[in-house]
Design a protein. Structure first.
Ligand SMILES: Cc1ncc(COP(=O)(O)O)c(C=O)c1O
Length: 429
């Protein structure tokens, strides 16, 4: 794939940005990241003129695909009226009403990223309970959040940073890290420390260590144990919210956490984050209470209307039908190819997300980060590069997830399946 202009730009970018990028996973595309000119539906076009079918989709927000007309229309209308006021705007109420309808919580605080959402959720949990300890799970990623950047997934895993420098030990020591899906360790930790734990936070399906699905018993135990010890249960639904269903993982698995964080899809591709919970918990937030949160760009009208337009489309049902069916078909194809070419591996899929792990046969199911780490990451990178040559863009890191959208129509899917068929045999060479 010719990437002359991308290479030039990347060389220039390295003078301005550490590693040439502003978010680390973007540098994982080798030998250098391609630069994007435009996106539409399932496709992006690079600055060097290549058309790629996109399974990264901005790492999750674009469930309708790129430049969806319904989103474009609302954003364009909003822009003509201005884009930030430092005073309230009606669209935030409309978006909050949708979240209340789909997730059942009284109240929302809009912020500007998933990171800000989890920072705020943890602060609320500590303020509300008066406790300082937090429990998280290895491989779950909750943004660049000091309290939660311990054994995190996503780019932290990709670059082997299990504990980020710059975060004092004193702070990390307030975070207990357990194995995902491990009920015994959870019950034991709660028995020992439960009364000091402010909250347990998790990705209800991990989308940041490849894709790892929860056992329903694990989720139920989390709910029981947190209730027993008065700790809050927080589902980080920044990825799963509006992705697994309109009501996210909460609805999909019928588990009722005390608080959720949202992001990505609820901003329709514009910067956003949100915390939602019932009034009793949310009333600790400023200006009602004394847990501080504020933001120049909180609830900015452009993200609000883009999110609303996206959710209105999702309510019609067709985006889920297209994206979910596509993901099922793709997962099936990859499973068949693994069989056909006698390559060891495991394919994880739920709703419109999927990921392949080239794990040895002894791993019959990838259920936690340790299993995911047994995958042959070099083989995954090879798959990524070969697919890119064939016009298909999957995440460059084993520790990310592939997303589909309403734009992934039959044609895009057929082309993708052809590309997988073409490259699979070359994986072993
Ligand atoms: C589950 C989860 N939580 C939080 C975040 C952080 O969101 P943001 O990148 O918008 O800060 C991410 C980002 O990928 C995420 O996947």
């Amino acid at each position: 794939m010719r990437m002359d202009r991308s290479r030039e730009l990347y060389e220039e970018a390295r003078k301005y940005f550490p590693g040439g990028v502003n978010s680390p996973v973007r540098a994982a595309v080798k030998p250098y990241p391609f630069y994007v000119k435009r996106g539409y539906g399932a496709y992006i076009e690079t600055i060097d003129g290549h058309k790629l079918i996109d399974y990264v989709l901005g790492y999750g927000p674009l469930i309708l695909g790129h430049a969806h007309p319904a989103v474009y229309k609302k954003v364009a209308a909003q822009l003509s009226d201005g884009w930030i006021y430092g005073a309230p705007h009606e669209a935030a109420i409309e978006l909050a009403k949708k979240i209340r309808k789909h997730y059942g919580y009284d109240m929302v605080r809009f912020v500007n990223s998933g990171t800000e959402a989890t920072v705020t959720a943890i602060r609320i949990a500590r303020g509300y309970t008066g406790r300082k300890y937090i429990v998280k799970f290895e491989g779950c990623y909750h943004g660049a959040n000091d309290s939660l950047l311990v054994k995190a997934g996503s780019a932290a895993s990709h670059y082997g940073i299990s504990a980020s420098q710059g975060i004092p030990n004193e702070l990390s020591q307030l975070t207990y890290v357990l194995d995902y899906n491990d009920i015994n360790s959870l019950v034991n930790l709660m028995k020992e420390k439960g009364e000091n734990i402010a909250a347990i936070i998790l990705e209800p399906a991990i989308a940041n260590t490849g894709l790892i699905l929860p056992d329903i018993e694990f989720l139920k135990t989390l709910r029981e144990e947190t209730e027993k010890y008065g700790s809050l249960l927080i589902f980080d639904e920044v990825v799963t919210g509006y992705r697994l269903s309109l009501g996210g993982a909460k609805q999909y698995y019928s588990i009722n956490p005390d608080m959720i964080t949202l992001g990505k899809i609820i901003g329709g591709g514009f910067p956003i984050g949100a915390v939602a919970a019932n009034h009793e918990i949310m009333s600790v937030l400023t200006p009602l209470g004394k847990v501080f949160n504020a933001g120049t760009f909180n609830a900015n009208p452009v993200s609000m209307v883009a999110g609303l337009a996206t959710i209105e489309e999702l309510e019609k049902g067709y985006p889920y039908r297209i994206a979910n069916l596509g993901a099922e078909e793709l997962a099936k194809t990859i499973r068949e190819l693994l069989e056909e070419y006698k390559i060891d591996g495991y394919v994880s899929q739920i709703a419109s997300m999927l990921q392949v792990f080239f794990v040895p046969r002894s791993v019959s199911r990838v259920k936690n980060a340790s299993d995911a780490k047994k995958a042959n990451k070099e083989l995954y990178v090879k798959l990524h590069s070969l697919l890119l040559e064939k016009g298909v863009f999957i995440p460059p890191s084993q520790f990310e997830t592939c997303f589909l959208s309403a734009g992934h129509n039959k044609d895009a899917l057929e082309k993708t399946i052809t590309a997988y068929n073409d490259v699979f045999g070359m994986l072993r060479e």
